[in-house]
Write a protein that binds this ligand. Structure first.
Ligand code: SF4
Length: 472
């Protein structure tokens, strides 16, 4: 009889992709996925420690799961990802009902570890080695052997993430990633292309290449057959027959080269949407963050990107209230936001992270000031995002369908949701006589409403859109 698996994922897209792979590896061992933790035989929590209170959230969830385990003593509970890597054995000491603690580079061992638990060889399993990277034979054996099964995304049938590297060498002073995900390591070129080809053969139309700093792909370890860089990988992936859209995230501004920028003009599949985290507009703060660029250098790269691809939609990340951030430093950040006019941004209050250098900085900014600055920054961003989206009013926008809903009540207008090449969420209504386009189809939507976070419009034509054209 099959066993039931439930995975709770926190954090970033890399964690989402890791969770998918865990689910697919375990499906090969007879596990069937369920959204209901109360039905599960195995619950995995895939954790993220980038933001404040990550550990508390994990411990609180584990506390709630204790009741479930008391009712069903065959239930197994595992903690994976960054908090597992960071806390290690402390998790089992605090929460003895946890069966498994698996670090960021060891999740491929889950089937083997579970088999050893089932066989009674282990009572509890902890696997935290940070050398289980893409290039070691045991990793490649498990991942490549299972590739046809791993490739298919369970989250969205037409879009998928593909991890191209892990870890980071940058040691930004606020960040825990180099400690929890290890040093930067690039995945072999051929393995990435294999995975992309498998995904597209299974119907995926949009691929997002993932890494903590994709711009430095290939720098830390040679990626056979020769030293290849990220633009080479983009070009090779873009050649995949049947791939309609290509995106990537995340990019470090200091490693953004003219060659990579030119890819936005050269590769038809590469969407005009770029996430380029700036974090602050103050040179003093950027230096203390150890970011390796100035505000002026960042602005120069933005200007060059816009020269190469005038319709590019830029997104970014901001941290407000970094230690020592003065009112003038924050004004510099607001000024940079005014000048660049990002289409969207993720913004957070600074918080201490274990092991990160800035945790020891003594000139912390009060919570009250951080909250007030964050509200000002988000208020301005909302105004700019709304202005950006309003520029689509009355225009035709090309959208890839992601989701459609069947009306629950008779007479209700069928509606669907998709995404523009610039990564705007677009809700659309059908007109009388139209049929709902399937996920993955490119359609034209006439925009008649714009909010700060999404667009709305009516479907114009789902049949006559050339599938190779993505830049509407
Ligand atoms: S580039 Fe900086 S912020 Fe990004 S993962 Fe590396 S250390 Fe963290």
């Amino acid at each position: 009889m099959s066993k039931i698996l439930h995975i709770k994922t926190f954090g970033c897209q890399m964690n989402e992709r890791d969770s998918e792979i865990m689910g697919q590896l375990l499906a090969r061992s007879g596990y069937v996925y369920s959204d209901a933790p109360e039905d599960a035989d195995l619950i995995l929590i895939n954790t993220c420690s980038i933001r404040d209170k990550a550990e508390q959230k994990v411990y609180s969830l584990l506390g709630q799961l204790r009741d479930l385990k008391e009712k069903k003593n065959t239930l197994r509970i595992g903690v994976c990802g960054c908090v597992a890597q960071q806390e290690g054995v402390k998790i089992i000491e605090r929460m003895p009902h946890v069966d498994l603690v698996v670090g960021t580079q060891q999740f491929y061992q889950l089937p083997a570890l579970l088999a050893r638990l089932e066989g009674g060889e282990l009572h509890q399993a902890i696997e935290l080695d940070l050398a289980g990277d893409f290039t070691i034979p045991s990793y490649r054996e498990v991942m490549q052997d299972n590739l046809p099964h791993l490739a298919k995304s369970t989250l969205a049938p037409v879009q998928s993430f593909v991890t191209i590297m892990q870890g980071c060498n940058n040691f930004c002073s606020y960040c825990v990633v180099p400690y929890t995900r290890g040093r930067e390591i690039s995945r072999p070129f051929a393995d990435i292309l294999d995975e992309v080809h498998q995904l597209v053969a299974q119907g995926v139309r949009e691929i997002t290449l993932l890494g903590q700093n994709v711009n430095s792909y290939g720098k830390s370890n040679a990626v056979a057959p020769q030293s290849l860089a990220f633009p080479d990988l983009l070009r090779a992936v873009a050649k995949t027959p049947g791939l309609v859209r290509l995106r990537f995230t995340t990019s470090h501004p200091k490693d953004l080269t003219p060659t990579l920028m030119r890819c936005f003009a050269e590769l038809e599949q590469l969407c005009p949407h770029f996430h380029l985290p700036v974090q602050s507009g103050s040179n003093k703060v950027l230096a203390r963050m150890h970011r390796g660029y100035s505000a002026e250098e960042y602005l120069d790269k933005v200007a060059e990107l816009r020269r190469i691809r005038p319709d590019i939609a830029l997104a970014t990340d901001f941290i407000v209230g970094f230690p020592g951030e003065s009112e003038q430093d924050f004004a510099d950040t607001m000024q940079l936001l005014h000048r660049v006019r990002f289409h969207s941004s993720f913004s957070f209050k600074y918080s201490d992270r274990p092991q990160a250098r800035a945790t020891n900085f003594t000139d912390k900014v009060s919570e009250e000031i951080k909250s007030e600055r964050l509200a000002r920054l988000q208020g301005l961003q909302n105004e700019i995002s709304l202005e950006w989206n309003k520029s689509s009013l009355g225009k035709k926008v090309e959208v890839m369908v992601e989701h459609n809903t069947t009306p629950k009540t008779p007479g209700e207008t069928p509606r669907g949701r998709g995404r523009s090449a610039a990564n705007q969420v677009v809700h659309f209504l059908l007109q009388p006589g139209q049929t709902m386009p399937a996920p993955g189809k490119l359609i034209q939507v006439l925009i008649n409403h714009a909010g700060p976070h999404s667009l709305r419009g009516t479907l114009l034509d789902s049949c006559n859109t050339p599938s190779s054209s993505i830049h509407g």
